[in-house]
Design a protein. Structure first.
Length: 81
């Protein structure tokens, strides 16, 4: 039911909500470049990259892959944290 004006208003509201969700970065292929842009942690020994949110993974990498080097040698850019 409902008239054309009601259908138009509902459609406009749905489309605005959808556009707002897409503008936030979101998942899928559209938000891929936003998620991949933060690969700031790079191991100086083997050049493997890690997202700047995964410092613990970088620490584990340094301990397991490069036991002779310490974390600050592998990741000097993360030495402050």
């Amino acid at each position: 039911g409902g008239g054309n004006a009601q259908k138009t208003a509902m459609s406009r509201a749905k489309n605005m909500a959808k556009a707002k969700a897409e503008a936030a970065g979101g998942g899928g292929s559209k938000g891929m470049k936003d998620r991949a842009a933060a690969m700031d942690l790079k191991c100086t020994v083997c050049m493997q990259c890690f997202p700047n949110t995964q410092v613990k993974a970088a620490q584990a990498h340094a301990e397991s892959k490069h036991p002779k080097s310490d974390f600050n040698t592998c990741f000097p850019m993360a030495a402050g944290s």
